[in-house]
Design a binder for this molecule. Structure first.
Ligand code: GUN
Length: 281
């Protein structure tokens, strides 16, 4: 492989080291950050994510509570739990793992979370703040990606940045963070015409599509930084991203692997937001 490997585990470990020291300092002031994680139903991928979030808390000395609710939980029951957590003094951050079962209204749940405890930065008021450039809570995955880009030493300013995918969790906030650092940002999606022509312009290419091997070598400019946000299973059930890693690795200047790229960073930024929330309480 020609491209430099962007090691999300290593970047994440060095950030967590610094955050651990920060948690120790807070402990001296009698403050322990607390995170509540709510999981509804038994989606296996969500169970893995939630487990990793708990482990991350443990590692840093953050207090955590896990609420595992049955798939048949009603909207009212979930809203009541969020309301209880909003008022709970030892909880600084609330995360409701998405996706929720179909009968539940995710938007209503997200809007019920106190914006001061919204460590995912999904609440409309936090989304609005991000748009205005006020980053009290960083959107976890995009913020983790910015850390990975910084780790390569590349400056975003003036670069062609192309994002494939326009979700509220990744694509849209990613565009804001890149814009904030003076990148020239293009957001592509399923209706984009001549996609390869657009992606080939990218100095920084972020793939958040949800389809294995969607980004091929022909779609990537020589030397580009390629960030793979995908978390897919291939035909053999093996975890893989959105990027054809082997082929694109021969063209790109730097590339994130899956697993071990963006994934560990998302949780690290969640922990960072939890510490931020605790400092503000
Ligand atoms: N599901 C997939 N990614 C996320 C995330 O970052 N936060 C939450 N709450 N659910 C998710």
């Amino acid at each position: 492989m020609k491209a430099m490997l962007i090691d999300g585990k290593a970047v994440s470990a060095s950030l967590r080291e610094a955050m651990k020291a920060e948690v120790e300092e807070l402990a001296e002031q009698g403050i322990t950050p607390g995170l509540a994680v709510v999981l509804v139903g038994d989606d296996p991928a969500s169970q893995v994510y939630v487990r990793n979030k708990e482990k991350g808390c443990e590692e840093l000395g953050i207090y955590s509570e896990k609420y595992e609710l049955p798939a048949a939980t009603t909207q009212r029951e979930l809203m009541d739990l969020v309301e209880t957590l909003n008022k709970k003094p030892d909880i600084d951050g609330i995360l409701v793992q998405l996706p929720l079962p179909d009968h539940l209204d995710s938007n209503a749940v997200i809007e019920a979370i106190s914006p001061d405890k919204d460590v995912d930065a999904f609440h409309a008021s936090n989304v609005g703040r991000i748009m205005l450039g006020d980053y009290r809570f960083l959107p976890c995955t995009p913020a983790g990606i910015m850390e990975l880009i910084h780790s390569t030493g590349i400056e975003v300013e003036g670069k062609e940045c192309v994002i494939v995918g326009r979700s509220n969790i990744v694509g849209k906030p990613m565009a804001m963070l890149l814009l904030h650092e003076n990148g020239t940002v293009t957001v592509c999606h399923s209706r984009t015409k001549n996609l390869a022509e657009v992606t080939r312009r990218a100095d920084i290419l972020v793939a958040a599509v949800g389809k294995p091997n969607f980004i091929t070598a022909e779609m990537v400019k020589e030397g580009a930084v390629v960030i793979d946000v995908g978390m897919n299973r291939d035909g053999n059930g093996k975890l893989c991203g959105d990027v054809d890693f082997e082929a694109v690795g021969e063209v790109a200047g730097a590339i994130t692997p899956v697993p071990g790229g963006v994934g560990p960073m998302t949780i690290t930024m969640l922990l960072k937001n939890t510490i931020t929330a605790a400092k503000k309480q």
